[in-house]
Design a protein around this ligand. Sequence first.
Ligand code: KIV
Length: 285
Amino acid sequence: MTETKRQKVTLGTLYDKMRRGEPITMITCYDYPMAHLVEQAGVDIVLVGDSLGMTILGYDSTLPVTQDVMMPHVQAVRRGTPNAWLIGDMPYMTYQPSVETAIRCAGRFMAEAACDAVKLEGGIEMADRVAGIVKSGIPCMGHLGLTPQSVAALGGYKVQGRGAAQAKKIVDDARALEDAGCFAILLEMVPDRVCELITKRASIPIISLGSGPHAHGQLLIFHDMFGLYPKFKPKMAKVFGDAGKVIGEGLKQYVAEVTSKQFPQPENWFGIKDDEYAELVKMVG
Ligand code: KIV
């Protein structure tokens, strides 16, 4: 396999892309082999999302995910992608209680997993957490629209900001997050024109997840992109390759070949020299 070496993505890289009108690419990732592929593909931003609670661990929501569960995944992804801008996603109740808990959680992502930044969910009500994190020297991304940690309060996984009043709240939240020091904001499942309006008013990169083409960049969830999440496929996700199908077919073939004794073949096992084997037989009688 030919390996591509690339330059480390920095905040400067992301802001230059925004200014040039060059779309920023962002993806979620949860383990070393996938991170290696993401690195080779040249993705700009990698988010180790607490969505791993659903995609990797099979929970129905992101709420059971703790920071201790997140850390080995973030560390593995950092090993796989040394050059992407790596964001650790702050899990449920690691920043909501206070500014201090938020700073401590963010600090662990930086110190123990060599992250470049963290992400948290929420608008005006989280602005002081963002400000505290940023004042501690840690870049912070905001997340508005469908914020999965508040799924119960939002009434399910559905589009946010379809009504003018709700959309206005998202616009105000985006401004508050930018004022608090966020380096970028993710808009998840917000109508395209609301995303466009926020993007035009922003001086930081706005990234869209299902919020249309007008943002400065796009994010997709890895497992949705490659047919690897069995429970559902969100409308916003495009399947770029059906790895789930390829792996599923490979597994059926494996079962068939072991059952019919077609596998393994000599190239799949290791031998011992005749004289060593004769000696062994003598030794064991
Ligand atoms: O956890 C995650 O992957 C996220 C995305 C849904 C944006 O926060």
